[in-house]
Write a protein that binds this ligand. Structure first.
Ligand code: BEZ
Ligand code: FE
Length: 285
């Protein structure tokens, strides 16, 4: 009988080596590394919790339903990655910046391309919203020099906690969205409404999972920003409303201390609130 390699047949103890031995040396090097490590961690997890057949069946059913609810507007797998903290971890690893540079957070599913570009001072709220708010600040580099030509792409929910794309029959297109470009002083200012906290879509398997875990689906109130300029790393981020009750329990772990902004009442002003936030860009490598 021919001698078989140690890894030819499956055993509980050598499970990782047996699976990884089947990956060809000709496979893409990065793919091979990532898949070998995935198998290693996955098998360690299954062994650690001694997964039962029933539990594995439940997991397969959950993943099946997660895929089945996806369509061109709904991406339940990204939501799953968000609530498990994976989206924020991948973001953190890929957007390491020097101290002082504005921090990144999740993009989220409600960004839209092709939004109108407006002059500074425009009100991006087309309908609704008693809690009017002026957003303003400066875009500068790490040395404090203003950045001219910075593109500021902003979007927020309505006072009912929905983005325009979630309510195409109720809100006008591009409600609470706009794009602004800084002049030589790097300053930006525009009007909108003070955002409100809202639940992530929780009528699918991810929402059910949160329910089983005793977790709520809410995100603290925030304004989304993508700030980009030639020669600098683009920043995808939010400013969060100071004092929001969900700041320390964001369903998608998007809050960073440096992104919490003051929203101050304005007496006899054009808007009821104002929020000042300065963005600091890091020069691209
Ligand atoms: C958002 O802030 O728009 C968002 C982010 C992650 C999941 C759902 C919504
Ligand atoms: Fe959001």
């Amino acid at each position: 009988m021919n001698a078989q390699p140690e890894t030819a047949y499956f055993t509980e103890d050598a499970s990782v080596d047996t699976v990884n031995a089947r990956i060809s040396d000709d496979a893409d090097a990065r793919l091979k590394t990532v898949m070998e490590r995935l198998v290693q961690h996955l098998h360690a997890f299954v062994k650690d919790v001694e997964l039962t057949q029933d539990e594995w069946g439940t997991a397969i059913d959950f993943l099946t339903r997660t895929g089945q609810i996806c369509d061109e507007n709904r991406q339940e797998f990204i939501l799953l990655s968000d609530v498990l903290g994976v989206s924020m971890l991948v973001d953190a690893i890929n957007t390491r910046r020097p101290t002082g540079a504005t921090e990144n957070t999740v993009l989220g599913p409600f960004h839209v391309d092709g939004v109108p570009e407006y002059p500074m001072g425009t009100n991006i709220t087309k309908v609704g919203g008693q809690e009017t708010c002026r957003f303003y600040g400066t875009v500068s580099d790490l040395d404090g020099n203003p950045v001219e030509g910075a593109r500021i792409d902003v979007w927020s929910d309505s006072e009912d906690g929905f983005y325009d794309v979630q309510q195409p029959d109720i809100q006008p297109r591009h409600n609470n969205r706009g794009v602004f470009t800084t002049g030589p002083d790097g300053k930006y200012w525009f009007n909108g409404i003070k955002p409100v906290s809202y639940p992530i879509p929780d009528d699918g398997p991810v929402g059910q999972m949160l329910g089983h875990l005793g977790r709520h689906p809410y995100r603290p109130a925030h304004m989304h920003f993508i700030v980009s300029a030639d020669g600098f790393d683009p920043v995808t981020t939010h400013t969060f409303v100071e004092g929001d009750p969900y700041l320390t329990s964001d369903a998608v772990f998007g809050v960073k201390r440096s992104l919490v902004a003051k929203f101050e009442p304005v007496l006899n002003g054009e808007t009821k609130w104002q929020s000042h936030y300065d963005f600091v860009l890091h020069q691209s490598a």
